[in-house]
Write a protein that binds this ligand. Structure first.
Ligand code: SF4
Ligand code: SF4
Length: 148
């Protein structure tokens, strides 16, 4: 049985491999967001980065993503506290705020199937940002879903 390293290792003591494995691969961080200038409220849209694969929910150019999308954000132990726009279901966010990993997480189940089945991932729900005229028309609430 796999050691549940995330229950005993603080985020800033994890190896790069452990840190990377925490990502559930939901793809929600690859959705465009809008911040209302007047209220500072954050809205998610279903308009995904053009490099996101809507079926696998993975980045098509992950190792070289900054070459293609310089504004893509690397999530690290140093900046996780500032990345308040990450969805509540995000494993990094959850561990940062003192929650554990949910039962559907791939590190616990061994695959992304339970996550997709629970409706947590972006699978089949996005539009390519390149095809979107007005981002405001793409505002959706489902990325905020966190079922545990
Ligand atoms: S939202 Fe968090 S867990 Fe989901 S893909 Fe992005 S970094 Fe990984
Ligand atoms: S470049 Fe890749 S990881 Fe970055 S937002 Fe786009 S799809 Fe996501």
């Amino acid at each position: 049985m796999m050691t549940q390293f995330w229950t005993s290792t603080p985020l800033d003591n994890m190896t790069p491999e452990q840190w990377e494995s925490l990502c559930d691969g939901c793809g929600k961080c690859c959705l465009n967001k809008i911040i209302d200038d007047d209220t500072d409220k954050l809205y998610y849209t279903n308009a995904a980065c053009h490099l996101l694969d809507d079926e696998s929910c993975s980045c098509r150019q992950y190792p070289d993503r900054f070459t293609y999308v310089p504004e893509c954000t690397a999530i690290t132990p140093d900046n996780i506290a500032e990345l308040t726009w990450l969805p509540d279901s995000c494993a990094y966010r959850r561990l940062h705020v003192g929650k554990g990993l949910p039962s559907w997480h791939p590190l616990i189940t061994g695959s992304k199937d339970a996550m997709h089945a629970a409706g947590i991932s972006v699978q089949g729900k996005t539009v390519n940002e390149m095809k979107v005229k007005y981002l405001e028309d793409c505002i959706v609430l489902w990325p905020m879903l966190d079922i545990e």
